[in-house]
Design a protein around this ligand. Structure first.
Ligand code: SF4
Ligand code: SF4
Length: 472
């Protein structure tokens, strides 16, 4: 590994990527014309604009994290970047946050204005330094909040990273992948740019395949049906790459005798605004979903298996969208628990005989508070369930969190620090690793492939569908 070691200075010097921005301008992308996205303007006074935006967007919670760090170093023991590179101080969470903190101190807080060198204050002076900041906040942190959870002072380093990402996004100083996915979500309402025709056609053939598989022509995947018990929402990956997931959901819902529907628009529960720090995008996506559920007069919103989608839809989206509603929302995990608990479906653990371990999604366990719930299900649908160590709120990131899967330029560093996750997975001896996040599926598959672990990634719905006992 030492021969392949990446110099973090090289990561921080990765150039500002403008290919897609230039293409976007040429294509007259509506989201640019409408001012939803910003293209980097080299003629603007970007260092000054950064400080202005920082001042405007500062909240009491962020100021607490900016001023609360005592540099005890405990967070270095929590971060997979720092653990994988123990001799590299640039990987410690406190150092990363310090690159944002020093700007705050230099230009906003009185300490750095009076005694800049004493408090290590300093602000970016040019685009090269802003670009380094971009590479640091997007490329060396997966915003997993493990350091936050382990900080005795309550400093939320991940919130600071998101704060800086949001400001840089507003200046157009973003990785190409972040720009592209944001554009797709603005323009099509979903982050994979799935057209309405492709969405409806995919649902149609998934339904037909399921009817054939079960020999039941009455199985449905309803769209835009009113007055259902719930409106289901998806990760676009389920439509584009893994329709098995929608199929398994439809199979289980049918077995439970559920009345449910998908909306024709507003079905994407993922939200790139959480990753890019763009609250405008976050609010737009979340509002589409909430309004779809209200329009369909659904009794609740059910969120399919996705970590950041769950966090965005259930917790953060209401604030970004400034949206108030009484409609309850829940993870599909809670729906499945109800089905099993109330005897609406019967499951047989012997149908899943291979050893299974569970990977907690950071956005669900640490930031969403569902820890015991998926385990409650797994212990009923698998014959050999094994915990990973550490697990639950202390679990390590799949390494692909915070949109990193869309930023190819940071992949070499991500794969290097993934050795922490790889060691954790290998030690379980499990053949299957189950997770409740589509993003984690891709992150884990990358780790498994890179470290040749020979494991298969599955999700809770897959295991429940496989364990279903047909009833007469
Ligand atoms: S654990 Fe908290 S207080 Fe200690 S260095 Fe890290 S962020 Fe600062
Ligand atoms: S949020 Fe996660 S990846 Fe980022 S610094 Fe903290 S522990 Fe490391």
């Amino acid at each position: 590994m030492s021969d392949e070691r990446i110099d973090v200075k090289d990561v921080l010097k990765l150039p500002l990527q403008t290919t897609s921005q230039a293409k976007a301008i040429a294509d007259k992308v509506p989201s640019l014309e409408q001012g939803r996205l910003t293209v980097f303007d080299p003629a603007a006074d970007n260092p000054e604009k950064l400080v202005q935006l920082m001042r405007e967007r500062l909240t009491r919670a962020l100021a607490t994290s900016l001023t609360g760090c005592v540099h005890c170093g405990l967070c270095a023991e929590a971060c997979h970047y720092a653990l994988a590179r123990p001799d590299d101080p640039a990987m410690t969470p406190a150092h990363k946050a310090d690159q944002i903190r020093r700007i705050f101190k230099r230009r906003i807080d009185w300490t750095g204005r009076l005694l800049p060198s004493l408090v290590h204050a300093g602000a970016p002076q040019n685009i090269e330094e802003l670009n380094e900041l971009k590479n640091m906040v997007f490329g060396t942190c997966s915003a997993c909040r493990r350091c936050t959870y382990n900080c005795p002072m309550g400093v939320d380093n991940a919130a600071l990273i998101r704060f800086a990402r949001g400001i840089l996004t507003e200046l157009g100083i973003v990785p190409e992948g972040v720009f592209n996915v944001s554009r797709d979500q603005w323009e099509t309402g979903n982050q994979m740019g799935v057209s309405e025709t492709d969405y409806l056609e995919t649902l149609d053939w998934v339904k037909e395949d399921l009817q054939t598989e079960l020999g039941n022509p009455n199985i449905e995947i309803p769209v835009d049906r009113e007055h259902c018990d719930f409106m289901y929402s998806l990760n676009p990956r389920e439509i584009k790459f893994d329709p098995r997931s929608v199929s398994n959901a439809a199979k289980v819902f049918a077995a439970a005798g559920e009345t449910w529907t998908l909306p024709s628009f507003g079905w994407d529960q993922t939200n790139f605004g959480l990753f890019s720090g763009d609250d405008k995008l976050g609010g737009y996506v979340a509002r589409n979903l909430y309004e779809a559920a209200i329009a369909l007069k659904a009794k609740r919103i059910v969120i399919s298996e996705c970590g950041h989608g769950y966090r965005s839809t259930r917790w953060e989206g209401y604030n970004w969208a400034k949206y108030d509603q009484n409609l309850p929302s829940e993870s599909v995990i809670m729906t499945l628990i109800r089905y099993i608990d109330e005897g609406r479906i019967k499951v047989d653990p012997s149908r899943n005989a291979l050893p299974v371990t569970f990977h907690d999604s950071c956005n669900i366990a640490r930031s969403g508070d569902l820890v015991e719930e998926p385990r409650w299900i797994l212990k009923r649908v698998c014959a050999d369930f094994r915990e990973m160590e550490p697990h639950g709120r202390e679990n390590f990131c799949c390494t692909g969190g915070s949109g990193l899967l869309s930023m190819a330029e940071y992949r070499p560093l991500r794969m290097e620090v993934a050795k922490i996750k790889a060691e954790q997975l290998k030690a379980t001896g499990a053949k299957l690793v189950c997770t409740i996040c589509h993003n984690c599926v891709d992150g884990l598959n990358d780790v498994i492939k890179h470290y040749k672990l020979g494991m298969k990634v599955v999700q809770v719905l897959d295991l429940v569908a496989d364990a279903l006992v047909p009833t007469a």
